[in-house]
Design a binder for this molecule. Structure first.
Ligand code: CP
Ligand code: NVA
Length: 314
């Protein structure tokens, strides 16, 4: 006799969209990570969670992981996706784009240049809008990253996450989630490349409530001292290609090398959202070391986004 499909009830998010990390409350963030781990263990239980739902995936910038893991996540949950690549809103106002897409599909996943594009789409769309990376945030990446940290260390308590490099979108999302999950966060950047002061202030307020710290420094060795995880990202993000050669010169002392890893805890893992530029922000040796978690992070994009879609899409 066929075994009936187990359809698990999922706690829906209070917010209508994921414009930034903060649209998930701390409690919802913990729930999502728990659900992501269940989905990873028993994906078949969730095989019809998005049955009959279609999502639009919009990409103003290139993507490997985000595009493929969203497409796979939606399909493995029983739904389907249409993909649109190129500038959003060039031919017509964003408010019109949003009100076309919400007539055809039950959710919009968008990778954009400007955070305001996400905000405007979310304002006009009657279906959830998910930020798949903007100039300010990369919330879907941070979800997979905290799932990975939890798998590696079994807890967030007493954990220190250090980011070395540019105070960019990925750093902002990690900082906002770390401070809410009770993880100490340190970032070392060259002078002038520190994270957005408004986002730092938000993260520090959460950190204070949770008894952890957000440390901003220009000294990478000081930042990685005592770290359980050393994280880096490209020095020039998508859209900053013209600054690449200047940045490569300025950021050279911030390359994550075996020597820098040895200033962290002996069991410290290496993390990177990928794509990585070996020989720039990270050495080939560190990318390939057994304590490199980069492909676990990439895998967890799939599971964490499944959890997010189930909590957001109606
Ligand atoms: N980490 C990440 O978002 O990868 P893609 O740019 O390939 O989507
Ligand atoms: N900071 C990088 C992340 C890529 C996934 C960028 O925005 O290009």
């Amino acid at each position: 006799m066929a075994v009936p499909m187990v359809q698990t009830a999922v706690w829906k998010m209070a917010a209508a969209d994921l414009k930034s990390d903060l649209d998930l409350s701390t409690e919802e963030l913990r729930t999502l990570l728990d659900l992501a781990s269940k989905v990873k263990r028993t994906p078949s239980r969730f095989a019809s969670a998005l049955a009959g739902r279609y999502l639009t995936l919009l990409f103003e910038k290139p993507s490997l992981r985000t595009r493929l893991t969203f497409e796979l996540a939606i399909k493995q949950l029983g739904g389907d996706a249409v993909v649109c690549i190129g500038p959003i809103g060039g031919r017509e106002p964003l408010k019109d784009v949003a009100r076309n897409l919400d007539r055809w599909t039950q959710g919009i996943v968008a990778r954009v240049f400007e955070q305001t594009t996400i905000e405007e789409m979310a304002k006009w769309s009657s279906v959830p809008v998910i930020n798949a990376l903007s100039d300010l945030y990369h919330p879907c990446q941070a979800l997979a990253d905290f799932q990975t940290i939890l798998e590696r260390f079994g807890t967030f308590e007493g954990i220190k996450l250090t980011f070395v490099g540019d105070g960019n979108n990925v750093a902002h999302s990690l900082m906002l989630d770390a401070s809410r999950l009770g993880v100490d966060f340190a970032i070392a950047t060259p002078k002038g490349y520190e994270p957005n002061p408004g986002i730092v202030a938000q993260a520090r307020a959460y950190a204070e409530n949770n008894g952890v710290r957000v440390t901003i420094t220009n000294d990478p060795v000081e930042a990685v001292s005592g770290a359980h995880t050393v994280y880096t990202d490209v020095w020039a993000s998508m859209g900053q290609e013209e600054e690449a050669s200047t940045r490569h010169r300025i950021f050279a002392p911030y390359q994550v090398t075996g020597e820098m890893m040895s200033a962290a805890r002996p069991d410290a893992i290496f993390m990177h959202c990928l794509p990585a530029k070996r020989g720039l922000e990270v050495s080939d040796e560190v990318m390939e070391m057994p304590r490199s978690a980069v492909f676990d992070q990439a895998e967890n994009r799939l599971h964490a986004q499944k959890a997010l879609l189930m909590m957001l899409v109606k």
